[in-house]
Ligand binder design. Sequence first.
Ligand SMILES: *Cc1c(COP(=O)(O)O)cnc(C)c1O
Length: 407
Amino acid sequence: MAVIRETKGSLDYDKVMAMDKQYVMSTYGRLPVVFVRGQGVEVWDAQGKRYLDFLAGLAVNGLGHCHPAVVNAIREQAGVLMHTCNLYHTEPQPRLAKMLVEWSEMDKVFFCNSGTEANEAAIKLARKWGKLKGSDAKFEIVTALESFHGRTMGSITATGQPKYQKAFEPLVPGFKYTLFNDIDALRSAVSNMTCAVMLEPIQGESGVYPATKEYLNAARQICDEVGALLIFDEVQTGLGRTGKMFAYEHYGVAPDVMTLAKTLGGGFPIGACLARGEAANVFQPGDHAATFGGNPLACAAGIAAITALHEEELVENARDMGEYFASKLRAFKNKREDVLEVRGIGLMLAIEFSAPIAKTIVSNCLEMGLIANAIRDTIIRFLPPLVVTRKQVDEAMGILEEAAAAL
Ligand SMILES: *Cc1c(COP(=O)(O)O)cnc(C)c1O
C-alpha cells in the first residue's frame, strides 16, 4: 500500500519500470513508455509527452480514451451496484443483450470478460451442438492457419499458430487447421464430424488479412451441408472497426455464433458470445458460467459505448476515415519502393514492407509521438479509435513518413 500511495499522482518513469520488472510476470515485451492519461485519440506519458494513439489499446478504445458517456456511465453505476453474481437478475445485462441482438442477426447473448473467454464459450457451445445434432463423434472444430482466437487452452488450440501453442502442449483434442481463404482446403477439412468452423472475417493479429467474399460464402455453405455452426470471431473486427457494425456485413454472410470483446466496453473489460436460431438455445442452466460475466458495471459501460457508437455515427466515421487513411497509406506506398501492400477494411489497416523494418519504424513513430503496432518484422498495423478525425490522420501520416524517412 505504501508504494502505491507514494507513486500516486507523481508517477515516476524509472520507479514504474523497476516495479514492473520486479513484481509483474514478464509476459509482454513492453516498449519503454509509461502512459498515465488519455483523452480521445491522444494519450500522455509520465513525462507529459503527448501521443496520437493509432492502436487504441489494441482496438479496445474504439470510442477513444475516456469517452465522457462511458466515464459517466461507469461512475454512476459504480455508486449504485457493481456486482451481484449470475444467480440473480440485474437490469443492465439484458438491456445490453437486447441492444446487441437488435444491432446484429443474433438472438441471444452470453456475457463474459474478454475475447478469449467469449471464444471459449463459442467452442463449448459448438461441442454441445455437435452432441445434440449428431453424435459423440461430431466434435471437430475447423479453424484457419494464422488465425488468432486468444490465450486460454481452448482458444490457443483454436489459434492456428504453433508459436503460441508449442510450450503448452498437449493441446485440446479435436481441432483441425486449414489455409485461410482456401475453399478447397476448407471443404476437405470439414466432415460430418465437424461441429463448427471458426474464422475471423479479417485476420487481425497475424497481419490484417481480409477473407474473400467467396471464402466466407463457401464456409457458410459448407457448414450448412454438414450441420456445423459457423462461428465468426469478431472480437477485433466487431462494433464498427471495419466501417460496418460487424465485419460480416461486408460479406453478406451471417454466422450462427459471433464473439465480441475489445470495443464492447468502451475501454472496460467485457466479452460476449452471441448466437442465433437453434444455436441460441444450446446452453442450458449449468452448462456455462462466468462469475463476473455481465456484471452491472461492465454492462453499463457497454450500453454507454454502443449508444455513443450509434449517436455519434462512429461506424460511419470509421468507414470514411478508414477510406481516407487507406488512400494516404497508398500514396505513401506509391512514393516508396519498399512497400509491398496496403490492406484492410475501415480503420483496421496494415502496411507491409519488403524488408524487416516495421519494428524500427514503429519505434521511431513512438519517439515522434505516434502509437502504431509492428506485427512481425515487415508489417505495421493501425487500429485508431473510431472517433479519429481527418486532421489526426494527416498528423499521423506526417509522423509515419518522417519515421520511415529517418531509417
Ligand atoms: C484480441 C483478440 C482475441 C483475444 O481477446 P482477449 O480479450 O485478449 O482475450 C481473440 N480473437 C481476436 C480476433 C482478437 O483480436
